[in-house]
Design a protein around this ligand. Structure first.
Ligand code: ADP
Ligand code: MG
Length: 369
C-alpha cells in the first residue's frame, strides 16, 4: 500500500518523496484512512515508527484552507516535540496553504498573538502555553475539527492531565479526537475513553530486538575517568562506524569537542542543531564518511541507522527499555553487533534493572592502561 492508495494527494506524495519517504510505515498504513474518514483513533506504536505523519497527512487532507477557523490542534508534552512536529507540518504546507501556529513556552507570546490575527488552521502547542492563549482569549477553538494528543503517555507522566482536560473542554464535542502514544497504559486509556467517541484502537507490535547477535559489555568507571576510558576503548576497537550516546545536549557538545581535539572523525547530533544540518550529517554518516556519531536519544530517535556495528553508551540510558532500543540499532539481519556501556557508581541501580530485563549479568570489560 502506498500513500496514494491511502488517499493522500499527489502534491503531498511528491513532498514526501523528496524527503525520501515513499512507503508508509505500519502505523501510517493503519491510521491514515481511519483518520481521514473522521474516526476517533487510539494508536499505539513505538517511538520512531512515524506517528507524526500518521496524523499530519490525513489532517492536511481534511483541512479546509479557505476557512478562517482553527481546525486542528496538536498537543504535545515538550517544546522539542512541538518544534519537531511544526517542522514536519511546515514541509507539508508547501502542498497546501495551511497556516500553522506553533505555541510553546520560550517563544515570544506577542508575536504568536499577532500571528493568531491571521487565519490559523492548525495549532501545535504545549499545554501550558496553549492555556495562556485560551486565557487571553487569543485562540478560538469553537470550530475545531480534530484534536490530537501526541505522546499521550509522556504527557501524563509529566503531569499535564489537568491542563489537557482544561483544553479539551474548550473544544466542541463533535470534534474528532486522536490519541497517539508509545504505550497505552491504563492511565492513557482512561483519559482517551473519557473524551473519545467509539475510538478505534490501532496497535503496532513492538519491533522485536534480538540481542543474540549483539555482544554486550560494561566498563565500570567514574565520571572523572569516563572520557579516557572511552578513548582507550575506541582506540582498541577501531570501529568502522559507531554511535555514541550521551544523556544531554551539553554532554554531546563537550564530548564532541574533546574527540575532535583528539583527532577522531566525528560529528554530533542533537535537537539544537538545525534540521538541515542534521540531515546533512546523517547523509554523510550513512555514506561512511563520518566514523563516530555522537548523539542524544532524542536526536537519534527514529533514525534508521542500521548497519552500524558498534554502539557506545557513554551515559547510561534512563531505563532498560531505552537501553534495548539504543543497542537494537546494531546486530540486525544476522549481522554481528557490539555494544559497550560506561557506568559510574551512581548508575548501578539502572544497570541492575537492565540486567534483570535482559536476563543476565553483562560481562565487564577491563581496559588495559
Ligand atoms: P514517532 O512519533 O512514532 O516517534 P516520528 O513521526 O517522529 O516517529 O518519525 C520518526 C522519523 O521517521 C522521522 O524522521 C520521520 O521523518 C521518519 N519517517 C516517518 N514516516 C516515514 C516513512 N514512511 N518512511 C521513512 N521515514 C519515515
Ligand atoms: Mg511522535
Amino acid at each position: 500500500m502506498d500513500f496514494k492508495q491511502l488517499g493522500i494527494n499527489n502534491l503531498l506524495v511528491d513532498i514526501l518523496k523528496n524527503a525520501g519517504i515513499t512507503e508508509p510505515t505500519p502505523i501510517q498504513e493503519q491510521c491514515i484512512g481511519l483518520v481521514k474518514g473522521g474516526a476517533d483513533v487510539i494508536a499505539e506504536a513505538q517511538t520512531g515508527t512515524g506517528k507524526t505523519l500518521a496524523f499530519l497527512l490525513p489532517i492536511f487532507e481534511n483541512t479546509d484552507a479557505d476557512s478562517e477557523y482553527v481546525q486542528s490542534l496538536i498537543i504535545t508534552p515538550t517544546r522539542e516535540l512541538a518544534i519537531q512536529i511544526t517542522e514536519e507540518a511546515n514541509k507539508l504546507a508547501k502542498a497546501k496553504e495551511i497556516n500553522i501556529l506553533a505555541a510553546y513556552g520560550g517563544k515570544d507570546i506577542s508575536s504568536q498573538v499577532k500571528k493568531l490575527k491571521n487565519n490559523i488552521h492548525m495549532i501545535i502547542a504545549t499545554p501550558g502555553r496553549l492555556l495562556d492563549h485560551i486565557g487571553r482569549e487569543t485562540v478560538d477553538l469553537s470550530k475545531l475539527k480534530t484534536l490530537v494528543l501526541d505522546e499521550a503517555d509522556q504527557m501524563l507522566l509529566m503531569g499535564f492531565k489537568n491542563e489537557v482536560e482544561d483544553i479539551i473542554k474548550q473544544t466542541p464535542k463533535t470534534r474528532q479526537t486522536l490519541c497517539f502514544s508509545a504505550t497505552i497504559d491504563s492511565q492513557v486509556k482512561k483519559l482517551a475513553y473519557k473524551y473519545m467517541n467509539n475510538p478505534v484502537s490501532v496497535s503496532v507490535q513492538k519491533e522485536s530486538v534480538t540481542l543474540e547477535n549483539i555482544k554486550q559489555q560494561v566498563v565500570e568507571t567514574t565520571d572523572r575517568r569516563k572520557q579516557e576510558a572511552l578513548f582507550s576503548v575506541l582506540d582498541q576497537d577501531r570501529p568502522f562506524m559507531a554511535i555514541i550516546f550521551c544523556r544531554t545536549k551539553v554532554r554531546v557538545d563537550n564530548l564532541e569537542e574533546a574527540m575532535h581535539l583528539r583527532g577522531f572523525n566525528c560529528e554530533k547530533l542533537h535537537s539544537d542543531i538545525l534540521q538541515s544540518k542534521r540531515e546533512r550529517i546523517m547523509k554523510t554518516f550513512r555514506k561512511g564518511d563520518i566514523q563516530y556519531l555522537i548523539a542524544t536519544d532524542v536526536a537519534a530517535r527514529g533514525l534508521d541507522i542500521s548497519g552500524v556495528g558498534h554502539i557506545y553508551n557513554y551515559d547510561i540510558p534512563e531505563n532498560s527499555e531505552s537501553y534495548i532500543h539504543r543497542i537494537g540499532r546494531t546486530g540486525r539481519a544476522g549481522e554481528k553487533g557490539y555494544t559497550c556501556l560506561f557506568v559510574a557508581p551512581k548508575d548501578m541501580e539502572i544497570l541492575e534493572e537492565i540486567e534483570k530485563t535482559i536476563g543476565f549479568k553483562v560481562e565487564r570489560r577491563n581496559i588495559s592502561e
